[in-house]
Design a protein around this ligand. Structure first.
Ligand code: FAD
Ligand code: SIN
Length: 535
């Protein structure tokens, strides 16, 4: 298979979540934008977001307080400039969404100090999370997709998975990407002045996750292979409360349930969070997830319980209609019964290292949204600070790309066509499925909420063996999406383990029993690919 087609566009955006669609809409005013999605346009973490978007909207709240809460959750590792940038631009980004018509829940009654309802989540000292009931992501996605579909300057390519970035001959600039059209099984090269990675996170590296199938760290792996640095990859966030049920393992029970009064209990009814933190059930996620993990291990439990039954049935139905319906499907009526919950992999705090405009190490390449590490989240993301990061960094990257068009862009060298004349069709795709299972099990068992040097070393060795097999398979066979994603997940898992091994302390989401203390000085973990190892 060689490139069946070559496409040219001004800006290639890889990903159709909040980050990708936001920047596409902003840039399409002056440029032609092509947006790729490896599944349907709506599939991605954005679609499943529940709690909402953090922004200082209430007149009694303050940007200083949002900054303080973000820093506190981030355990001393947040980049102050990124935090200040996001906290101060968040309200402007929300205004744009309201103007686009996102149907946020309204505040009703005399006590309202802002027209829309603001909920609370762990680590926030004010109500500052704007939301559309418990289906914020769905409402956002529907609004954004309607807008991009109507735009004459945007070409949408769903079911197209990017394989790798294309660099110029000197390997100094990104000039586009090779892309597999999954429906036709053909590879395109897409030539672009600027490429934006908006490919989401990598939580599918873990056996149990709240994330959809798209979260396979493709952008991080592609950027790494292209020579970009990655940052803070050891900080994978585990959401404390995913539904525990044999028929539904990846459904999230929003932190807003605890924000509105939900209490975590042991099977005997004991509320245990007061033992761990003065903020009890509303402590930051790393603390709550570790507490649940500890209680489950101590008492030999399969799960703990989240109790919102003390709220009125009307309140529950108004605020949590999606959670109510989904739990009812598996026989749990949350108005009367406690919800069985366990922690699950939820968010990749690290990612492709960028500056405050989403610019990566490589000219012509930007990374925004969950795939990027901007410095905002430090060692642990504050709840509902992700969607807002995607919005603010879409604006910052847009400004930098517009500036780029005012300078001379050296992009005259067309991409080399994709060449797969030396590979054959795979006969045993089952090998890929086995490697997927093994990788996700290894990451869950050895690189989870609590780590040790021995577990990390074991994971490193297993991942190395898997990578050898996967790379051989990749170089001998025609590409298909399962293989591409596995190759990326294995790469990202290696980066997570290497980063975890470099950190000789416990901080935020990274908890290592061999180094239980936190060092005085907080330093990011930055990995740079070795030049001679690049493909
Ligand atoms: P995504 O929305 O994940 O989109 C990634 C896109 O990239 C998809 O279109 C995918 O198809 C595409 N893609 C990936 N790889 C490729 C490739 N190789 N080629 C082509 N396309 C590719 N955060 C909050 O702030 N508030 C919340 O309430 C909240 N709730 C959440 C609830 C759940 C269940 C989950 C899973 C996450 C939640 N988060 C929340 C986190 C937040 O939703 C995500 O971090 C955010 O949506 C990420 O947006 P994104 O645009 O970076 O990526
Ligand atoms: C949630 O609703 O609990 C998810 C919020 C987030 O991940 O920020």
């Amino acid at each position: 298979m060689t490139s069946s087609k070559s496409l040219k566009t001004d800006i290639l955006v890889i990903g159709s979540g909040i980050a990708g669609l936001s920047i596409a809409l902003k840039l399409a005013k002056n440029h032609h934008v092509t947006v790729l999605a490896k599944a349907s346009l709506s599939e991605g973490s954005t679609h499943y977001a529940q709690g909402g978007i953090a922004a200082v909207l209430d007149p009694f709240d303050s940007i200083e307080s949002h900054i303080h809460d973000t820093d506190e959750a981030g355990a001393g590792l947040c980049d102050p400039k990124a935090v200040e940038l996001v906290a101060s631009h968040a309200a402007g980004s929300i205004k744009e969404l309201i103007e686009m018509g996102v149907p946020f829940s309204r505040c009703e009654g005399e006590q309202c100090t802002y027209p829309f309802h603001l909920t609370k989540e762990g680590g926030h000292s004010h109500r500052r999370v704007i939301h559309a009931a418990d289906h914020t992501g769905l409402s956002l996605t529907e609004t954004l997709i309607k807008k991009v579909e109507q735009h004459s300057n945007i070409t949408l390519l769903p079911e197209h998975i990017s394989i790798d970035l294309i660099l110029n001959r000197q390997r100094s600039r990104c000039i586009g990407a090779y892309v597999l059209n999954k429906l036709e099984n053909t590879v395109y090269d897409i030539w672009a002045d600027f490429t934006v990675l908006a490919t989401g996170g990598a939580s599918k590296a873990y056996l149990y996750t709240s994330n959809p199938d798209t979260s396979t760290g493709d952008g991080i792996a592609m950027a790494w292979r292209a020579g970009c640095s990655v940052e803070n990859m050891e900080f994978n966030q585990f959401h404390p409360t995913c539904l525990f049920h044999p028929n539904d393992r990846s459904f999230l029970i929003s932190e807003a349930v605890r924000g509105e009064g939900g209490i975590l209990r042991l099977p005997n009814g004991t509320a245990f969070m007061k033992k761990y933190d003065s903020r009890k059930d509303l402590a930051p996620r790393d603390i709550v997830a570790r507490a649940i993990d500890q209680e489950m291990k101590k008492h030999g439990l399969d799960c703990v319980y989240l109790d919102i039954t003390h709220k009125s049935p009307e309140f529950i139905l108004e605020h949590f209609p999606t959670i109510y319906e989904r739990c009812l499907k598996v026989g749990i009526d949350i108005r009367k019964q406690q919800i069985p919950v366990v922690p699950a992999a939820h968010y990749t705090c690290g990612g492709v290292a960028t500056d405050l405009h989403g610019q990566t190490d490589l000219e012509g390449l930007y990374a925004i949204g969950e795939t990027a590490c901007t410095g905002l989240h430090g060692a642990n993301r504050l709840a509902s600070n992700s969607l807002v990061e995607g919005l603010v960094f879409a604006e910052m990257a847009k400004q930098s790309i517009e500036d780029g068009y005012h300078k001379e862009i050296n992009n005259t060298e067309a991409p080399k066509p994709w060449d797969s004349s030396h590979v054959t069709d795979p006969q045993e795709k089952i090998l890929v499925a086995h490697d997927w299972d093994e990788l996700r099990r290894v990451m869950w068992d050895y690189v989870g909420i609590v780590r040790t040097n021995k577990r990390l070393q074991r994971a490193r060795q297993r991942i190395k063996n898997l990578q050898k097999e996967i790379n051989e398979y990749y170089h001998e066979h025609t590409v298909h999406s399962d293989l591409l994603e596995l190759r990326n997940l294995a790469q990202v898992s290696e980066l997570m383990v290497k980063s975890a091994q470099k950190r000789k302390e416990s901080r935020g989401l990274h908890y290592n029993l061999d180094y239980p203390n936190t060092l005085k000085k907080a330093k990011p973990t930055i990995l740079k690919p070795k030049k001679d190892k690049r493909p």
